[in-house]
Design a protein. Structure first.
Length: 481
């Protein structure tokens, strides 16, 4: 499992290490050693000329250790301190050791050349905007005809948000120490990381946020049951579609029945049935406008292809007073409180919908997707699926996952409807809401990734997605076989 560390968690790492008998000097040694191993995997060091630009903090200390390993291995390497010598105690000790071995360093970088330039300037916890001195250094580094490798976080990129300085280093590779940082998944900062690699330093993982995966033993991909019948795998209610938008209901229903739903009832307009039924003959239909029989369903989804009007609001309020888990999407999303809800609630907004729900600006939400989704989930006691590249899934206890499957082929109206259907099916037969949600998002994105392996992303229709659910499920099952 891969972990994501927010800024306040990073500050605890040194204290955690010391409690385990691993002081900062030893931790820096472990980081430098790991960086060296990754560098030798990525480059034939005997044929490269390395320049390490080290800052005054612990990120620079990691660079000092890396320089020592490179020089000891016989590589051509120059260590440079363009902003001054290290100020932290473990970094100073490592510099003393470096010099004791007879190695020297530079302080003026602008006349130096290299084939690989390593950014060990600031790392995690960078304060923005950068100083004029640091801006000039970043501009120079970006202009060089060399491979750029950043340590932990590219200099000029925020740690916790998508913010970055106008002079941010655009790395070709970033070696991320111990755990991913939120900005790796938040734009525009994410675009500065290049190819990321994770460097393990021997500490136990304690982060509450992870990168999503699907277990090969999860009920999401295992479909078993002795003496099973259609009721074994749940009965879902999908409140979706109108006369003018029957396709949204059809897409959600297709996602649901293709993901293992035992039974599905679609509550929709009579005029929409012919369209839905032509694609989903397995579904049953309900023309009521309430949820009086909610107790007979395993889970409920509402909002696909529905307007955000008073009628929809009445339905949502009824849903919140029953006890079966509820998925709210599209027209069922609105600025409301969920604190009095009697059921588990999952909201699945895209950024514009989330802005409407929270009263915030879409651009601010996009820069702070993890923080904004988590704050809302905790305050409202719900699960938030904030859709987009690197979909963010935030749970009410403050934990969460970032999903890394999916591609630009999903950037079309209707893709989210299919996700709602997949989620409804998994929720119907899962004992763990959290696992059902993260698995649904993962499999939905994986369908698009499987498509893109042999076909252009722009040709992917939301209507195609359900056809690839079997392949996505099989791929995850095979990983555990």
């Amino acid at each position: 499992m891969l972990y994501i560390y927010k800024g306040e968690e990073i500050k605890k790492i040194d204290r955690q290490a010391e409690s385990l008998g691993m002081d900062s000097f030893t931790l820096m040694e472990a980081a430098g050693s790991g960086l060296f191993r990754q560098l030798t995997d990525d480059f034939e060091t005997s044929k490269q000329c390395f320049l390490i630009l080290a800052g005054k903090g612990n990120n620079g200390g990691d660079g000092i250790v890396l320089a020592r390993y490179l020089k000891t291995a016989g590589a051509s390497c120059t260590l440079c301190f363009p902003a001054g010598l290290p100020k932290t105690e473990p970094a100073r000790r490592h510099l003393d050791y470096y010099e004791a071995l007879g190695y020297s360093y530079e302080t003026e970088p602008f006349n130096l050349t290299a084939t690989v330039m390593i950014d060990a300037l600031l790392g995690a916890g960078t304060s923005l905007p950068l100083s004029t001195e640091m801006k000039n250094l970043c501009v120079w580094l970006n202009s060089q005809k060399a491979e750029r490798v950043s340590i932990d976080v590219p200099t000029g990129a925020s740690t916790d948000t998508g913010n970055c300085d106008s002079s941010v280093i655009h790395a070709h590779k970033t070696y991320i120490v111990h755990g991913y940082k939120p900005s790796r998944f938040l734009y525009p900062a994410a675009s500065c990381y290049g190819e990321p690699s994770l460097i393990e330093i021997g500490l136990p993982q304690t982060a509450r946020w992870t990168i999503s995966t699907v277990s090969a033993t999860s009920p999401s991909v295992q479909f078993k049951g002795s003496n099973a019948h259609k009721g074994t795998f749940g009965h879902g209610l999908l409140i979706a579609g109108t006369k003018s938008m029957p396709g949204s209901a059809a897409l959600a229903a297709l996602g649901c029945v293709s993901s293992g739903a035992g039974k599905l009832t679609v509550q929709t307009a009579e005029e929409a049935v012919s369209v839905i039924a032509s694609h989903v003959p397995e579904a049953m239909y309900d023309f009521h406008t309430g949820v009086e029989d909610a107790h007979s369903f395993s889970a409920i989804a509402a909002g696909c292809g529905r307007p955000a009007d008073d009628a929809m609001e009445d339905i949502v309020q009824q849903l919140l007073q029953q006890e079966k888990p509820v998925i709210l999407d599209a027209g069922a999303l609105a600025p409301r409180s969920y604190k009095a809800a009697k059921c588990s609630v999952i909201v699945t907004p895209h950024p514009g919908e989330f802005a409407r729900m929270t009263g915030k600006q879409t651009k601010d939400i996009q820069l702070n997707r993890i923080q904004e989704a988590s704050q809302y989930a905790v305050e409202q006691g719900v699960t938030v699926v904030l859709k987009g590249e690197y979909t963010v899934i935030a749970f009410s206890d403050g934990s969460g996952v970032v999903n890394t499957t999916g591609n630009e082929g999903l950037s079309k109206g209707g893709s989210g409807d299919t996700l709602t259907g997949i989620l409804l099916a998994l929720l119907m037969r899962h004992s763990s809401l959290e696992e059902a949600v993260k698995d649904a998002v993962y499999l939905h994105g994986l369908c698009a990734d499987i498509w893109k392996r042999n076909r252009p992303a722009q040709a992917l229709r939301p209507f195609n997605l359900h056809d690839w659910i079997p392949a996505a499920i099989s791929e995850q099952k095979e990983r555990g076989d």
